[in-house]
Write a new protein. Structure first.
Length: 282
């Protein structure tokens, strides 16, 4: 029986690459979504009746519910949800535009949350399913110029770590995808950038802003290779899917360094931390 994949944000980036890969699989029903379905025309060459292209803005719950209903009406199941829709924002913490930041949280956090909530009843009834969440290495490590973007991804990390424990008994697998810099246009069109008005006071952040802008299109990460890894993990290693799946050498190396250092520091602070508890038995 064909598995049904539902992907948000299929017009660009990881969503585009994964959707194109899935469209070529004979045992996959694909539901590809985008705010503008004209940007999904690349899938037409593969469509033999197993592809459903739907309009979806993840900040609109009515559209989310409609997508879930149309998916079930056509294919009957939702086996894999890939929460790919998201955007970036670069600025200093001090100068960030609140309206832009709030919208990013609506997409990256609440859009993902509402989409997942809409699909969970289906997967619970099936007693099976895989939920993927696009996080980032910025969801593990804060960086200058990415404070609010990191805030959205740290939120996704916490949400999905907790969700994984809640749905384990329902045979639902949860995986956080944590890419480093990939050639997905994330640092280009898919993000907003606000240069600092105080470059002398924010030299590190100013350099970071310029570096990210300059590396757009030349990142180390290959999105096609990442799509293949995601597909292989979900289809061949379902029973052992990792909760955290770093993508790119930078992501795994920097995370290893951070958490090793954090473990050492926590060890040094163990006695101090314990001293804040009531004495045992009191």
């Amino acid at each position: 029986m064909a598995k049904t994949w539902l992907i948000t944000g299929s017009s660009t980036g990881f969503g585009h690459e994964l959707a194109e890969l899935l469209a070529q699989q004979s045992d996959v029903n694909l539901v590809a979504t985008a705010r503008n379905t004209d940007k999904l025309d690349y899938l037409d060459q593969y469509d033999h009746g197993q592809i459903l292209k739907l309009e979806l803005d993840v900040t609109k719950p009515v559209q989310i519910n409609a997508v879930v209903k149309k998916t079930l009406d056509k294919f009957g199941t939702i086996d894999v949800l890939d929460n790919n829709a998201g955007l970036g924002y670069f600025s200093t913490f001090e100068e960030a535009d609140e309206q832009a930041v709030r919208y990013m949280f609506e997409v990256n956090v609440w859009g993902l949350a509402h989409m997942t909530q809409a699909v969970l009843p289906v997967m619970r009834q099936q007693n099976s399913g895989v939920i993927l969440g696009i996080s980032s290495d910025a969801g593990l490590i804060g960086e200058a110029s990415l404070s609010f973007y990191s805030g959205t991804k740290f939120a996704v990390e916490g949400l999905f770590e907790s969700l994984a424990k809640e749905v384990k008994e329902d045979n639902i697998q949860v995986t956080l995808l944590e890419p480093s810099s990939f050639r997905t246009d994330w640092a280009g069109r898919s993000s907003q950038k606000k240069n600092t008005a105080f470059p002398k006071d924010y030299q590190l952040t100013d350099r970071a802003l310029r570096t990210y802008a300059g590396m757009a299109g030349n990142e180390a990460g290959d999105p096609k290779a990442a799509a293949q890894v995601i597909y292989d993990q979900v289809t061949k290693h379902t029973d052992e899917l990792p909760l955290h799946l770093p993508l790119g050498e930078s992501a795994v190396r920097r995370a290893q360094s951070k958490f090793s250092d954090l473990a050492d520091k926590f060890e040094q602070l163990t006695d101090l931390a314990i001293s804040t508890d009531f004495p045992k038995g009191k």
